[in-house]
Design a protein around this ligand. Structure first.
Ligand code: FES
Length: 121
C-alpha cells in the first residue's frame, strides 16, 4: 500500500495571526481560517458543516457554560467560533460543534517554524 505524504505549504507569518487572533488564507483554491487560541494555532476550513457559510468570518467569543437553573455562566472566552449565518458554535481547539460533537469543522495540520505557519496538505 502506497504511503501518502503531505506537502508543506507556507500559510502566514505567525505575527499576522497574533495581531488579530485570526487570518483568512487561500491554499489551492481552499479558504482556510488560521486562529490563535492561548499560545497555539489552529487551521479550519472556511465552510460551515451546516449550510456552507464562511464560518471563519464568524465571531470569536465564549459561550454559556453548564450551570444551575436561573444561573448564567459565561466562559471559554475567545475559544469559540460562532457561525455568522445561524449561530452554530464550534470549539476552536477541537473544531467540534458545542451541542453535537459528531459535527465538526474540517481541520488541517499545521507547523510553526521560525515565526512562520505552514499547512501540511
Ligand atoms: S451555515 Fe453555519 S450555522 Fe448555518
Amino acid at each position: 500500500m502506497a504511503e501518502t505524504s503531505k506537502i508543506k505549504h507556507w500559510a502566514a507569518a505567525a505575527h499576522t495571526v497574533d495581531q488579530t487572533g485570526r487570518t483568512l488564507i487561500e491554499v489551492g483554491g481552499i479558504e482556510i481560517g488560521l486562529f490563535k487560541v492561548a499560545d497555539r494555532y489552529y487551521a479550519w476550513r472556511n465552510m460551515c458543516p451546516h449550510a456552507a457559510a464562511p464560518v471563519c468570518a464568524g465571531t470569536v467569543c465564549g459561550t454559556k457554560l453548564p450551570s444551575a437553573v436561573y444561573e448564567y455562566v459565561y466562559g471559554r472566552d475567545q475559544e469559540i467560533l460562532r457561525c455568522p449565518w445561524h449561530g452554530w458554535e464550534f470549539d476552536l481547539v477541537t473544531g467540534k460543534h458545542l451541542a453535537d460533537d459528531s459535527v465538526k469543522l474540517r481541520g488541517y495540520t499545521l507547523e510553526v517554524e521560525d515565526g512562520q505557519i505552514y499547512l501540511l496538505l
